[in-house]
Design a protein around this ligand. Sequence first.
Ligand code: ATP
Length: 245
Amino acid sequence: EELSPVLSINNIEVVYDEVIQVLRGVSIDVPQGQIVTLLGPNGAGKSTTLKAISGLLKTENGEVTKGDISFMGQRIDSKSAEDVVRDGIFQVMEGRRIIEDMTVIENLKLGAYTRSDNEINQDIEMVFQYFPRLKERTGLAGYLSGGEQQMLAIGRAMMARPKMICLDEPSMGLSPLLVKEVFGIIEKINKEQGITMLLVEQNANYALKAADYGYIMEGGKIVLDGTKEQLLNNEDVKEFYLGGG
Ligand code: ATP
């Protein structure tokens, strides 16, 4: 069956500093309510793709020079980062970017900066239900472990009440046990809250298990895409991305 995409990237090219072309015609569809993963080696252009979605290219002198990006039927490729958040897409950046000299609760409240309703405290409790150990951490966020900081970054994204969360390498720097835990929670949030997820990863094993559909990017192009099952059973994917398994 054809699922209509909530996010649609059509043949985009991205250039940094007016001359460095990094994306060379990338198309990605993310269906409503699904987890889609974007895999590929270092430097393939995965983070650049996320920055193109979230309006963050301008801060690095990058630009979408061709193609377009639509979210819920609306063009977003020339919007500011803040407008993209207001449209319902929240990005969890690589390296987590939590504010170390603020508390967990202060960090969570930052995620709600575009909201003006009075259910923010209620949503903090909702985040603590997914990440119970964050509730016990009353000190500054800088004292959290790497795994806890990743959890806080995801919780902060949830505080925006987004329709879609883009995650840039949530497994980075985490032990295999923690990666498993964090991905399990990502799946749970997707199922229970209906939040669509785009998951950028180098760790193909875990990402494909959590995802419904995957794309593989190399050298600024999509070289392969398919359902979780198709990719997990593909010989090239097994050899180059799943450790020869
Ligand atoms: P990684 O996992 O290392 O983040 P990636 O697949 O996410 O890899 P990008 O970070 O998108 O890849 O980088 C793709 C290419 O674009 C790399 O060659 C990188 O050097 C280049 N690049 C990224 N950001 C900039 C920038 N601000 N200015 C110029 N070149 C950049």
